[in-house]
Each structure stands twice: as structure tokens, then as C-alpha cells.
Design a protein. Structure first.
Length: 469
């Protein structure tokens, strides 16, 4: 172990690495339940949900193990937040364009992830991945993260996670805008359920915020747990049993659902029902978002651990990115959206973890979770919403780095945020951001500051938006 992970060279020991690995797992374990909820539109317990649950666990295990052995770094991987909501929106688009059910269109979405993963791998092996990221304007990069965060907040407040009418016609926001329709007299027995949903959500959100402020490791997971307890107690008081699903539940890993629904199931034909240019730009969008997220996470976490060299670079960073790229391919093969490096790895680094041994511990923890699908399914939807909103707020904070005195920086960011929200498409927001940045720079005499790649991408997005393909 010492020989492979070079513990002494990195000034650490087995105990420190194990504690660090456990800390990282605790802070990101929420993804186990949150990811299948997002990718299946909260269809808890269905075959697709079971398949995505298992894919989430297996891809997190595989990606984190790859990081341990390829890069010997204490970074953990799992299906990325933001990218999973984008993936769900793309799958819905494929379903509408091809006339398929969401479940069938899901395999077209997996084809996108596989292609983007292979593209990640090629770019990484050719060592040009970093150069591509550097060619994209900083303001656009910041806007992507914030835009995804805003989308997560919107999803948390308006998705099925917040539905309180049996027919799904209202969300929790309706409580504040539809006074007559949400009165006890109008809703009858459903009124108690609505109040329970609201209480669960706000208790969960405030618990996460308070625990995070107190620097409690695993604050998101604990906050969701507190919210779940509130929901369970409330359900009993309202006369229902929130644990009834455990009666016929099996704690065996749902491999049958995995193999029948998502494992190595790619529908390339459904993918191109979107139109060839839209399909290509969607793949590029996934590539770009993942590259920004991965490089930012690696550098930010490594800086905290003093792993950067005198020039601010992470030694053997390409190996870390290769692990990330291969993990995305694994995720596509098993049945989930883009797998990426998690910023929650900073929790393990904060405990002193410095090598891949910590990642090995985190990966094994994920693997052990293949047996907990019925328990994960007990977490109520409003508790998931609380986590979504909190993660979204963290991502929106990137806006503080935008230079608002420079209109070429601020205008594209604002347009990106608005277009991502109104179109529910990260790719659309990126396209508008790049186009506006390029036009403003060129026509204000600063065209030399615009990279060739930015101009090429802008032209492609103009073609997507204004020309029929």
C-alpha cells in the first residue's frame, strides 16, 4: 500500500486516508438517491429508477477507483449535478421529437453521454482538453455554472418533487399564488399533504444551510435525513404509512432492471431525431460543461491541499482528467448521465487525505450501497427538492466573479441565465452566451480577444437557432 500510494512521500498515513475517504463519501452520498430521482422525474421504485440507481452507484464506484489508481489523487466521482438535469431535459426533447416514451428515449440520451465520454477521452489523451477550456471566455464559463444552479433551484421548486395536488396540476409555489385554490375548504384531505410537503422542504433546506454553516461534514445528507423524518412523522399523523413499500421490497441489487433498461442500451437513431446539428451541439455542450466542471474542481480542491506547483498547475492532471473521461464512458454503459469529479472531495482533503487511498475507500463505500435501493426510495421528494435548491444556490455563487463593469462579460452571462431558464436548455444558454460575447467584442473593436474556437462555436449555434437542419 505504501509502495503504490506513496503515503510517506505525500506526508500522510493509512488512518488519515481512510478518514478522508469516509468524509468525502458522507458529503456526496446524497447523489445516490438524488440522481435517479432527477433522471426519472421522481418515478421512485419503477424499473428505470432502479436501473439508474444502480448505474449511479456503479459509475461512482468505477470512476472513483479509476481516480485512485490512474492519478493517485483523493478525488471522488459520481454523476454530476446540473448535468443530470440537463440530461433529463435532453431525453424529454428526444421523446418529443421521436414520438417515444421517456423510457425509450432514455437510451438515445445515453448515446449522447457515450459519444461525449469517448470525445473526452480522445481530447485528454491528446492533451488538448485544457486548451479548449482556456479558449472559452471566462464570463461564459462562470455563467454556465450559475445557469445550471438557477435551473436546479427552479426544478426543486416546481418539479414533481413539490407536487401536492394528486393530478400534478400544482407545485408548492402555487401555495403562495393561488390562495383560494389552496385553502383547506377547497382542498379537503389534500390540504394536510400540501402543508406536509411545504414543511418537509423548508425544514430540509434550513437544516442543510445551518449544518453547512457549522461545517458539519455530510450536511446535505443529514439535512435530507432530518426532512425525511419530518415527512414520515407527518405521514403517520395523516393516517398513511410511509414505509409500506418495504413490505415487498427486495434488498438484492436490481440487476434485472439494469440489464433490461439501461446497460449497454444505446439508441443512436433516436438521438439524431433531434436533428443532426442539434445532436452535435448537444454533445459539444456536455463536453464543455464537464470540462469546465472537472478542471475547476481539480484545481480548486488541489489548491486547498497544496498540491499545485509553483505555476499553479496540478502534477499529472491529465491522468486525473483521463479517469474522469473514462468514468463518463462507464456511466453511459451502465445507464446514467455524465460522471464527473465532485467538489465534495474537498471534505476528504480537509481531513488530510492526499492520495488515491482515500478515493479507494470512497469508491468501496459507494459499491456497498448497491444493496440499499429500497431505503434510498424512502427519502421523500420534498427532501430531495431541499438538496436541489441548496446545491443550486452554491452554483449560482460563481456570479460573484463576473466583471460587471465589462458589458462584454456581464451581458452574455445575463442572457445565458435567462435563456437557460425559459428554454430549459443549458446548450441554448451557452449558445446565446457565446454569440453575444463574440458580437459585442467584435463590434467594440476587441475582436482579437475572441478565440477562433469561440467564433466557430458561435457560428454553429447561429446555424442551430436560425437555420433549419
Amino acid at each position: 500500500m505504501e509502495k503504490f500510494f506513496k503515503l510517506k512521500e505525500n506526508r500522510t498515513d493509512v488512518r488519515t486516508e481512510v478518514i478522508g475517504g469516509l468524509a468525502t463519501f458522507m458529503t456526496m452520498a446524497y447523489i445516490i438517491q438524488l440522481n435517479p430521482n432527477l433522471l426519472t422525474n421522481f418515478a421512485v421504485g419503477t424499473p428505470l429508477w432502479n436501473a439508474v440507481f444502480l448505474a449511479t452507484v456503479l459509475s461512482a464506484f468505477a470512476g472513483t477507483i479509476l481516480m485512485a489508481f490512474l492519478a493517485n489523487r483523493p478525488f471522488a466521482l459520481a454523476p454530476g449535478m446540473g448535468l443530470n438535469s440537463y440530461f433529463a431535459a435532453v431525453v424529454a426533447g428526444i421523446a418529443a421529437a421521436a414520438g417515444l416514451s421517456y423510457e425509450d428515449a432514455f437510451q438515445g440520451g445515453l448515446a449522447i453521454i457515450l459519444i461525449s465520454g469517448l470525445l473526452f477521452t480522445v481530447l485528454t489523451l491528446l492533451k488538448i482538453r485544457e486548451k479548449i477550456v482556456e479558449a472559452i471566455p471566462k464570463s461564459v464559463r462562470l455563467g454556465i455554472s450559475a445557469g445550471i444552479g438557477l435551473m436546479l433551484v427552479h426544478i426543486g421548486l416546481t418539479s414533481n418533487a413539490a407536487v401536492y395536488y394528486a393530478d400534478g396540476s400544482q407545485t408548492m409555489l402555487g401555495f403562495f399564488s393561488d390562495g383560494a385554490g389552496t385553502s383547506k375548504a377547497a382542498m379537503g384531505d389534500a390540504y394536510g399533504t400540501m402543508i406536509l410537503y411545504l414543511l418537509t422542504f423548508f425544514v430540509g433546506l434550513f437544516a442543510i444551510v445551518i449544518l453547512n454553516h457549522k461545517k458539519v461534514k455530510g450536511s446535505i445528507l443529514y439535512g435530507m435525513g432530518i426532512a425525511a423524518v419530518i415527512y414520515w412523522i407527518g405521514s403517520f399523523l395523516l393516517g398513511s404509512n410511509p414505509f409500506s413499500s418495504l413490505g415487498n421490497a427486495s434488498f438484492l441489487p436490481p440487476f434485472g432492471d439494469l440489464f433490461s433498461m439501461t446497460f449497454l442500451r444505446f439508441d443512436f437513431g433516436a438521438l439524431f431525431q433531434l436533428g443532426w446539428l442539434t445532436a452535435i451541439l448537444t454533445i459539444i455542450s456536455f463536453c464543455m460543461v464537464d470540462m469546465f466542471d472537472t478542471i475547476g474542481t481539480l484545481l480548486g480542491t488541489a489548491k486547498k491541499a497544496n498540491m499545485l506547483d509553483s505555476k499553479g498547475r496540478l502534477p499529472e492532471m491529465n491522468n486525473a482528467m483521463l479517469a474522469d473521461a473514462l468514468a463518463t464512458c462507464v456511466g453511459a454503459c451502465t445507464g446514467t448521465s455524465t460522471v464527473t469529479t465532485f467538489i465534495e472531495s474537498a471534505a476528504g482533503v480537509g481531513e488530510g487525505a492526499r492520495t488515491g487511498l482515500a478515493s479507494l475507500v470512497t469508491g468501496l463505500c459507494f459499491l456497498a450501497c448497491i444493496f440499499v435501493a429500497p431505503i434510498a426510495a424512502l427519502i421523500p421528494a420534498p427532501a430531495t427538492s431541499a438538496a436541489l435548491v441548496f446545491v443550486g444556490v452554491l452554483m449560482i455563487s460563481s456570479l460573484k466573479e463576473v466583471d460587471y463593469s465589462d458589458l462584454a462579460s456581464s451581458v452574455p452571462v445575463v442572457l445565458m441565465l435567462v435563456f437557460m431558464m425559459i428554454t430549459s436548455g443549458i446548450g441554448n444558454g451557452i449558445g446565446i452566451g457565446l454569440i453575444s460575447y463574440s458580437i459585442i467584442k467584435i463590434f467594440t473593436g476587441k475582436g482579437k480577444e475572441v478565440s477562433v474556437l469561440t467564433i466557430v462555436l458561435s457560428v454553429l449555434f447561429i446555424g442551430k437557432f436560425f437555420i433549419a437542419f
